[in-house]
Design a protein around this ligand. Structure first.
Ligand SMILES: [Zn+2]
Ligand SMILES: [Zn+2]
Length: 347
């Protein structure tokens, strides 16, 4: 199968021809149709997240169909369309798993980080962490829901009943979450990179009542703000935007350092909250909402082999919405001739 492989953080992905991963009894083998490109992939590829599996196939917004199922699998059947998110495995017995916070598990595994992901024609996954996907979305358009949507939704839940919501960074996650927030009756304020009139136009089109530069003051004090951009200097900016009792939610896995700020802007019971990973319940809840409200995901499709270009466009901020790799391609002969052994081997 063709796969885009990270050999060393900081280097470009390499197109490799690998054997199809060997299926374990408790796994699904998926033929990958599409895989979203998330900002977290960029942090992994750029070496900003410690200790990735190497070599690694990145990608944790996988849409695929079940090609084969291990002997112990009962949850999905051949041909089912399945979504694979970032959370790939949890231990089930640590303090966090036992207290229904598996997103904080002490012994987790993450798709496209500590497990191989979906920048490939085939992938294996643990069915207990996979999702059924709402039928009316195409493969390309459902892919960004699997992380940008899902972890964005976890961040939105942390905003509680905030009726006014600021979104800092209007990319893949914000353009999805803005639509969910609007459908819940919230008023959305979109803050983009200074001068990004295209993103501001998209925000208004998706229902934001106001869109402007991240350096602009909001027209009113907001109840909550979510920061999707990995920019620590936005934390004090957002704190100045929220009213007393308001919350600033940092939704990314990585952020540049947060500069010092006066206590006065935190005073008044304002809070700063980070969002880590997802639970399976978050996924079920969000995909149920996505089934009811038709979320328009704006995607730019790239062939699998153009993964480096997709990452580079994301890094440069030249994308509107989400980048998605189209991975589907027949290579059944390779499955038949694949030898036993670990997945990531050049064949
Ligand atoms: Zn655990
Ligand atoms: Zn992600």
């Amino acid at each position: 199968m063709r796969a885009m492989v990270l050999r060393r953080p900081g280097e470009a992905l390499q197109l490799n021809h690998l054997s199809v991963p060997k299926l374990q009894p408790e796994q699904l083998l998926l033929k990958v149709s599409a895989c979203g490109v998330c900002r977290t992939d960029l942090h992994v590829v750029d070496g900003e997240l410690a200790n990735p599996k190497l070599p690694l196939i990145p990608g944790h917004e996988i849409v695929g169909t079940v090609e084969a199922a291990g002997a112990r699998v009962t949850r999905f059947k051949l041909g089912d369309r399945v979504g694979v998110p970032w959370l790939g495995h949890t231990c089930g017995h640590c303090y966090y798993c036992r207290s229904r916070r598996e997103n904080l598990c002490d012994y987790p595994a993450f798709t496209g980080y500590t497990l191989d992901g979906g920048y490939a024609e085939y992938a294996v996954a643990d069915p207990h962490y996979c999702f059924f996907l709402p039928e009316h979305y195409s493969n390309l358009h459902v892919a960004p829901l699997l992380c940008a949507g899902l972890i964005g939704y976890r961040a939105l839940v942390m905003a509680g009943d905030a009726e006014t919501l600021g979104l800092y960074g209007f990319g893949a996650a914000a353009h999805i979450i803005a639509q969910v927030a609007v459908s819940q009756g919230r008023r959305v304020f979109a803050f983009t990179r200074p001068g990004d009139v295209e993103a501001q136009g998209l925000a208004r089109q998706l229902g934001a009542v106001w869109a402007g530069d991240s350096t602009d003051a909001a027209p009113e004090a907001l109840a909550a703000a979510i920061i999707f951009a990995p920019v620590g200097s936005l934390v004090p900016v957002a704190l100045r935007t929220v009213r007393k009792g308001g919350v600033v939610i940092c939704a990314g896995i990585h952020m540049s350092d947060i500069p010092g700020f006066p206590y006065a802007i935190l005073w008044g019971e304002r809070k700063i909250h980070s969002v880590a990973n997802l639970t399976r319940r978050d996924g079920e809840a969000f995909l149920c909402i996505a089934d009811k409200i038709p979320i328009q995901t704006k995607v730019r499709a790239y062939p699998l082999t153009e993964a480096n270009q997709a990452l580079s466009d994301l890094r440069d901020g030249t994308l509107q919405g989400a980048a998605v790799l189209e991975c589907g391609r027949e290579c059944d002969n390779e499955i038949k001739k694949a030898p036993d052994g670990p997945g990531l081997r050049e064949g």
